[in-house]
Design a protein around this ligand. Sequence first.
Ligand code: ATP
Length: 305
Amino acid sequence: MFQLFLPLNFLGFVYREIKASMANIERMIDLLDEETAVADSGQDVLKVTQGKVELRDLNFGYRTERTILKGLNLILEPGKTLAVVGGSGAGKSTITKLLFRFYDPQDGGIFIDGQNIRNVPQKSLRERLGIVPQDTVLFNDTLRYNLLYARPEATEAELLEVVRMASLDGLLKLCPEGLDTLVGERGLKLSGGEKQRIAIARMLLKRPDIMVFDEATSSLDSHTERAIMGEIRRVAKGHTALIIAHRLSTIVDADQIAVLQDGEVLEQGTHADLLVRKGAYASLWQAQQSQSVIVAEQIEEGGDA
Ligand code: ATP
């Protein structure tokens, strides 16, 4: 048995090593792929004064034969939250990719405080944007490294402040070596919720002018998801923020909600406005409410058993 265990154990080790390096390699390839899609020819550094973002008449397709965004117009007002909701494949995450200029639209443009992002160096654009992605990639390094990566010159006090703001202090107390604890494949394994909190802390440390949250869907249980969304709401308040949302319950108090369907804005307004309209948003809301009741009943039944 022992003879069998040793090679299996070794194979397990090799597998974990390969998987860990793959995560970093995949990320690098992703970035390289995305980087090659546009030419970085901008000259004038982006100047963010208010943080107003305008998506004007955007037409975009990854391939010429299929248009994903069709004449899209959206405005993110300074200091306000805009939530974009819609079915799978509607084009929500594509908006984020265009904002970070991984791709350029075929027509129209994205303007930040009046400057077309096509005309500014990518570095100066991405310095002003922060994102909490759906899946956070962690480096196989310490918690400190994973956070400081956003702004290496941040002080210890600033680091601890964002840890608190992202509700990571509970995790930190459990870490034997505090911020110097190794995380990732070779260290402490973190849950989906903890990884999301690291992404939030990272973004806060960067202090971007415009925040983007691509809400995680499958990786979190509903309790953690609610907690994280509460934190996102708190963090986004008073900042120019774009939230790509899958669950409507988490964005009810957004300043504006845009419903995207097949790359077009179908409806836009506040949660209350859209319910009164009794359109697509109201139907989606109704459907998600009934679904939550069924899930709650199932949990209750499970609890009784
Ligand atoms: P979800 O809620 O499922 O994340 P979404 O609304 O964010 O969906 P997008 O990810 O923006 O949708 O995708 C819009 C469409 O573009 C989809 O049909 C998708 O398959 C396609 N798409 C996304 N990325 C690429 C890519 N790199 N190359 C080609 N097509 C893509």
